[in-house]
Design a protein around this ligand. Structure first.
Ligand SMILES: Nc1ncnc2c1ncn2[C@@H]1O[C@H](COP(=O)(O)OP(=O)(O)OP(=O)(O)O)[C@@H](O)[C@H]1O
Ligand SMILES: [Mg+2]
Length: 317
């Protein structure tokens, strides 16, 4: 079984739909559905990876509170190994409240909490030994870990021979390029979304954005572009465009995290980059079809069936 170490942000998401407005005063609105999920660019991807059949070890920081215990319970339910998650005293587990609009948009109310306390000191070195893939999720939302600590973790991953992937959470801040570019030579796949890549590079053209990161040393760059699908450029010169799948959109929370999970799973099954990206795209689109960052994904078999039976959206290029 493929061993994936997923390092980074762990968030408890509380989602409700449909929410068009907060009731005035002390009013109450009856809505259709409320869910809690293990979410964030690391934990959300971990759940999806586990559903797709990978063995996942979670590395990150959660609080010593009820929400931390719930987060562990959810991860364990899907078989994610949580024994290395650091529990931090005096800080709450990172959490987000997401009132989902009828059109699937997702305004977010977020407490930084324990992710802000996560650092290289919380990364157990023994996890790298058996890792086939090391995924880092949530750069820019872990102030202690973003930068030199991330680099140290990537170096350990490369020394142990793992394939490295990284997704980010583009919270606008100073020196975004300066912080992340030193990681590029240690990344097999750098996987931001279009908006995030634009924030870092100051560029508008997706191909130019990819080239910017390739020039800094990344082996492959994936740009996730919502309903426009994804673009992958490789240092070898290969260029791949993958469409999104047509679904009835309920909530787009975690689409990118699911894309990463499908892609890693595909690579682990020795698929070509093109096929793995198609699996990533299917996972992203499935997640858009339900409430929460793991909605719609059941297992690998049903996801492969979804690819065969679902039409794709226009690339929009
Ligand atoms: N509205 C949509 N309809 C169909 N598929 C979608 C839609 N939005 C996203 N996807 C699928 O999910 C993939 C990743 O989504 P997106 O580009 O929004 O990532 P992201 O911005 O990183 O998301 P996240 O919020 O998880 O960080 C897309 O490439 C596409 O395959
Ligand atoms: Mg994302």
């Amino acid at each position: 079984m493929t061993e994936v170490v997923s390092i980074g942000i762990h968030i408890l998401d509380v989602l409700g739909r449909d929410v068009s407005e907060i009731p005035p005063g002390q009013g109450i609105s009856l809505i259709d559905e409320i869910r809690i999920t293990a979410a964030g660019t690391s934990a959300g991807t971990s759940v999806d990876l586990a559903k797709l059949g990978c063995n996942v070890t979670a590395v990150g920081a959660i609080g010593n509170d009820e929400m931390g215990s719930i987060l562990i319970g959810i991860l364990n339910r899907y078989g994610v190994n949580t024994k290395y998650l650091a529990r931090k005293d005096g800080v709450q587990t990172s959490a987000t409240i997401l009132p989902i609009r009828p059109n699937g948009e997702r305004p977010a109310l977020h407490v930084m909490g324990s992710n802000a306390e996560f650092s290289f000191a919380d990364v157990p070195h023994e996890v790298f030994a058996k890792a086939d893939f090391v995924h880092i999720g949530g750069f820019y939302l872990m102030p202690k870990f973003d930068g030199p600590d991330t680099l140290k973790s990537l170096k350990l991953a490369k020394v142990s021979g793992a394939v490295t992937t990284m997704d980010i959470l583009g919270v606008k801040q100073d020196n975004m390029a300066e912080k992340i570019l030193p990681c590029m030579p240690y990344l097999d796949y750098f996987m931001p979304n279009l908006e995030e890549a634009g924030m870092i590079t100051g560029l508008v053209d997706p191909d130019q954005m990819c080239k910017y990161f390739l020039d800094a040393g990344a082996k492959n760059v994936v740009l996730k572009m919502g309903e426009r699908g994804s673009l992958i450029l490789s240092a070898s010169g290969e260029r791949i465009r993958i469409p999104a799948f047509k679904v009835k959109v309920v909530d787009t929370t975690g689409c990118g995290d699911a894309w990463s999970a499908g892609f890693i799973t595909g690579l682990s099954l020795n698929m070509s980059i093109q096929q793995a990206a198609q699996l990533g795209s299917a996972c992203g689109s499935l997640v858009a079809s339900g409430l929460g960052s793991d909605a719609g994904i059941i297992d690998l078999k049903s996801t492969l069936a979804f690819i065969k039976t679902t039409s794709t959206l226009p690339l929009g290029d």
